[in-house]
Design a protein around this ligand. Structure first.
Ligand code: KG4
Ligand code: ZN
Length: 338
């Protein structure tokens, strides 16, 4: 079975074809980062308009690369939330129309489930159950995963997502948008121990996070510094070290609480090298990540999530569809035949 995946929840148009027997056949991505960088963040209306322009050419590119035609697609999976409503509507409208025209199933996919399952695209995928740490620009979640669609929320951020805190701190340090990768690169030039930032919410029980204070701490440290290049790098390192250690402490706690021995990390921030090094050093735990190109938003994870759910699909004859700006993971249920 071949599933076409369409991702358009934010500032990346991602299209991919996943074959349940052969694996990922082809994928293509267009990032709008350059366009939004000018405004210091994502402009939703511009994002929607660009998805409209890029989705069909990318789809053609993916079909050409796979040597297939539209009639060879067996199902269409599209991101139906969470995300920017206008951007989501583009992928949903295209996905639904295509499925309608080809009389094949259309499957609305939860974007965070896409991230959560993305490490399963790799050659040695983790077996269920596992703890999932989902860290992106909009979410910081710890999830107890027993199977596809069996998600129990263990902890989440009560304010900024960790990626958002990276982005806001980077912006404050004048690093542009999106700041996560730039801040991580700058941290490499920082002096270890120049500043010690707090590890929020780690000295009390529980698995929730809070990252907005860390950003304020960085801002105050910057104002009290000589605002030199070295000061900038030292703050970047202190921020990253605190964010990483906070995530690691909570992961350790979540693993202990659940009894699971596998940790699966996904979402844009899972590309962070310092985080990967710290998690890989955890004793008696096997840690899994998506490959770097699938850490941030992409069509492959949506096609894959669609394939994982294909048993539950029925041929949708309705031409209506819905998207959701908010869609908690624990509202999902397993595919009917799982
Ligand atoms: O998953 P994603 O592409 O989009 C959302 O669904 O939000 O995640 C994007 C987030 C941004 O906040 C970006 O700054 C962050 O991931 N990010 C990083 C790194 N690469 C991307 N944060 C820290 N270190 C990185 N290397
Ligand atoms: Zn994402």
């Amino acid at each position: 079975m071949r599933v076409l995946g369409i991702e358009s929840s934010c500032d990346e148009t991602g299209i991919a074809l996943y074959d349940t027997e052969k694996g990922l056949l082809a994928h293509a991505l267009f990032s709008q980062i350059e366009m939004h960088a000018e405004y210091g963040g994502v402009v939703p209306e511009l994002a929607s308009r660009d998805h409209i322009q890029k989705a069909l050419p990318l789809m053609q590119q993916v079909l050409d690369e796979a040597g297939l035609q539209r009639k060879d697609i067996d199902a269409v999976a599209y991101t139906a939330g969470p995300g920017l409503v206008g951007a989501l509507l583009v992928g949903a409208a295209i996905g639904r129309s295509l499925a309608w025209a080809l009389t094949i199933p259309a499957l609305p996919i939860n974007h965070m489930e896409g991230h959560l399952l993305s490490p399963l695209l790799e050659a040695n995928p983790p077996a269920f159950p596992f703890v999932s740490l989902l860290i992106s620009g909009g979410h910081t979640l710890l999830v107890d995963v027993k199977g596809v669609g069996e998600y129990e929320l263990m902890g989440e951020s009560i304010d900024d997502a960790v990626g958002e805190a990276f982005d806001k701190t980077a912006k404050m340090l004048g690093l542009g948008y999106p700041g996560g990768p730039a801040l991580a690169a700058l941290a490499e030039k920082g002096q270890e121990g120049a500043h010690i930032f707090p590890r929020p919410m780690t000295n009390r029980p529980g698995l929730d996070f809070s990252f907005s204070g860390l950003k304020t701490f960085a801002l105050n440290t910057w104002h009290n510094s000589d605002q030199s290049e070295q000061a900038r790098a030292d703050i970047a390192l202190a921020f990253q070290t605190a964010a990483v250690e906070t995530l690691v402490i909570k992961c350790r706690r979540a693993l202990k609480q659940s009894g699971h021995k596998r940790l699966v990390v996904a979402g844009g921030v899972s590309a962070n090298k310092s985080l990967r090094a710290a998690l890989d050093a955890l004793p008696k735990v096997q840690v899994y990540y998506p490959q770097l190109q699938f850490c941030s938003d992409n069509g492959a994870m949506i096609a894959f999530a669609g394939a994982m759910r294909h048993q539950a699909m029925v041929v949708e004859t309705e031409a209506t569809f819905n998207v959701r700006s908010r869609w908690p993971l624990d509202e999902l249920t397993p595919p009917a035949s799982a």
